[in-house]
Design a protein around this ligand. Sequence first.
Ligand SMILES: Cc1ncc(COP(=O)(O)O)c(C=O)c1O
Length: 530
Amino acid sequence: MVVPRAVAGPRCGGGGGRLRLFFLLLSPTAAPRSLAPRRRGLVRREICIQQERNKSFHLQSKMPTCDFLPNKYESYPYEQMVKIRKENISPSLYTSYKKPLLIHQGYMQWLFDFEGRRYLDLFGGIVTISVGHCHPKVTAAAQKQLGRLWHTSNLFMHPGIQEYAEKLASLFPDPLKVIYLTNSGTEANDLAIFMARLFTRNFDIISLRGCYHGGSPYTLGVTSLSHYKHVIANGLGCQTTMLPDVFRGPWGGSHCRDSPVQTIRKCTCSPGSCHAKDQYIEQLKDTFRTCVPKAIAGFIAEPIQGVNGVVQYPKGFLKEAFQLVHEKGGVCIVDEVQTGFGRIGSHFWGFEGHDVVPDIVTLAKGIGNGFPMAAVVTRAEIASALAENTHFNTYGGNAMACAVGSAVLDAIAEDGLQKNCEDVGTHMLLEFAKLRDKFEIVGDVRGKGLMIGIEMVENKETRQPLPREEVAQIVEDCKDMGVIIGQGGLYLQTLRIKPPMCITKEDADFAVDVLHAALTRHMERKTAAN
Ligand SMILES: Cc1ncc(COP(=O)(O)O)c(C=O)c1O
């Protein structure tokens, strides 16, 4: 077991005017005067790693500095970890990279592997690290709560759940004021579907193709990515409709989406009208005509599709879809598991960017900055449908989760993270767009704030996806240069960039440079192979 022993140092990187943190967790064995030689050793080692990375990839820029000192790695050797992983952990859980990373520690936007190598984390544990790895304020709140109360049954009150529910509810527009806390996004979506069915007394739920809403029997029914489906029956009462994907779908043009970067496709739509949106709405109407009864239970969508590679719908699509769903007696569920908590920059919630107020909202991932917690937010009359009978959840809303969730909300506000998402995200999107203009294999750059997708193609004319192995190699090269990015999409053709919301412009510039070097390396490989 790894025993926390050493020190969390000052905040990494050029955090600008933002909070400068000096958070010391000293044990008796780690006296500050013992740090200097060790720090010197680490810095020397890091310079060597940096030089090695730069030499092998012709990388121009240096990784931004970080004066955080990771603990010494004290667990099993790497090979033993691989063996245990193989023998004792479910084979359904796969690892990224040819040689899986063994991550030992995290601090804000940085991860450290077992050998002390530092990585800029642009994937945030799959969009889960919102305010930063081990954010000092959140860690302190968790530590304080650890010594007070971990859990008590929902049959009693504890202060945290009321305080947190009030704080979270204040961030939602009326009438979304009732909260049910759960432990995961899957569980939250499961419950949302259950509530929609109970409330409407209807059964059918419609989702968008390409979506991911979870892996339980209910949520697998609405999830629409074949590599998450299994051969057993699922999805009774679940229907999908065409994904309004303005880059890969049949319709899309030059000003469809709400992003600083538009597609490379051209259209002749006049401002305020969108042919693509109208066509995709027609598809939804067709689903109503052909797949469901007269009345439905609801519709579920992410404001921007996450797992499917940051797919944005044409402006106005969700608003019109919601109207149609309401006409069918259904409720509209918005899955904010990836998009919530300020990540999209312009708004705190993704649905606000679509000018809609959903009937039910689900939250997870960033809500707890890595702590397992999630929530369903709805209006009183829908919530009361669940009160017809008992619905019980042992851990949902436990004292630890509420303390963490509350500190996460404070950190987002105090560190100005929504604004940081807007500023750094927009900067990054525009820089990535320059790579799209330079490299034929970069087909699309899209997103909002720090929710960014870069879709890789064979070439811009056909828009055929770049084979997943080639995309994986680019992702691997980025990792070898010290930047972790995700891979997603139906064909695993899209780079997913959703870092902790505290990254700086300097980090962003480094990441763009690293991707530039990885793309250059890819083109060199292609030329050499031909
Ligand atoms: C949009 C979305 N909804 C729901 C889920 C499921 O969340 P969890 O893995 O916490 O069950 C995920 C997970 O990736 C997700 O991305």
